[in-house]
Design a protein around this ligand. Structure first.
Ligand SMILES: Nc1ncnc2c1ncn2[C@@H]1O[C@H](COP(=O)(O)OP(=O)(O)O)[C@@H](O)[C@H]1O
Ligand SMILES: [Mg+2]
Length: 231
């Protein structure tokens, strides 16, 4: 593959087999994402967006098809290998922030680096730098419960960058925010994109989706549209 292709999916299918019923959530996804793109994924509820995000983020594996992340084959690898690829290459931002409530913003951002084996000194310095970058330099010692939703999501964005991942994946990152905070969060993503980050953002909000460099529409497990955004 061209070395600026970071995500390469071909004929990816995902079947959930719950015993009685089989749900074919993805029915043949072909998707290439180049380094430095900001891709919004849109589509109605139940269309397969989160399933796609879970596969992209190495949280789950496809039932069939090809998936290469950063030139590395992901299809068919073991659970342990999948976790290792995920920790090294992917940063996540979730709708519900997924912060640990009883530790500070600073410690939340340090968490991936703790697992990543960075020294305490390096962890502290990088966490403070990332939190400053998302506008929370004055809130390092605040616990999530002492922050607004928009501020919590900024902590989550800082945490997603802790290990300097190849891609940042966000699943409905503005879903629990009012429209002003949601717009602010989208501006942070746009800034990251301008700094060269590769981002894939799932969003229900067409106005936010338009602010990406590319908009991919998923319907009933298939990509039904793929066009340039306004960014
Ligand atoms: N863990 C699961 N087990 C069984 N079915 C699932 C599971 N996760 C999602 N699905 C089904 O797969 C389809 C796609 O779901 P999902 O990827 O969550 O869509 P979206 O994020 O676009 O709302 C839906 O029909 C959903 O019910
Ligand atoms: Mg979803």
């Amino acid at each position: 593959m061209a070395n600026d292709t970071i995500i390469k999916m071909a004929e990816v299918r995902k079947v959930y087999d719950t015993g009685k019923v089989k749900v074919e959530a993805l029915k043949g996804i072909d998707l290439d994402v180049k380094k430095g793109e900001m891709v919004a994924i849109v589509g109605p509820s139940g269309s397969g967006k989160s399933t796609l995000m879970n596969l992209l983020g190495c949280l789950d594996t496809a039932s069939s098809g090809v998936y290469e992340l950063g030139g590395e084959n992901v299809a068919g690898v073991s659970r342990d290998q999948l976790a290792e690829i995920r920790n090294r290459r992917v940063g996540f931002v979730f709708q519900n922030f997924n912060l640990l409530p009883h530790i500070s913003a600073q410690e939340n951002v340090e968490m991936p680096m703790l697992f990543g084996g960075k020294s305490p000194k390096e962890r502290r310095a990088r966490a403070a730098e990332l939190l400053t970058r998302v506008g929370l330099g004055e809130r390092l010692d605040h616990k999530p419960t002492e922050l607004s939703g928009g501020q919590m999501q900024r902590v989550a964005i800082a945490r997603s960058l802790a290990m300097d991942p190849d891609i940042v994946l966000a699943d409905e990152p503005t879903g629990n925010l009012d429209s002003t905070s949601g717009s602010d969060i989208m501006s942070i993503f746009t800034d990251l994109w301008k700094q060269g980050r590769t981002l894939v953002i799932i969003t229900h909000d067409p106005a936010l989706a338009k602010r990406a460099s590319r908009v991919v529409e998923v319907r009933d497990g298939r990509i039904t549209a793929d066009h340039a955004g306004a960014a």
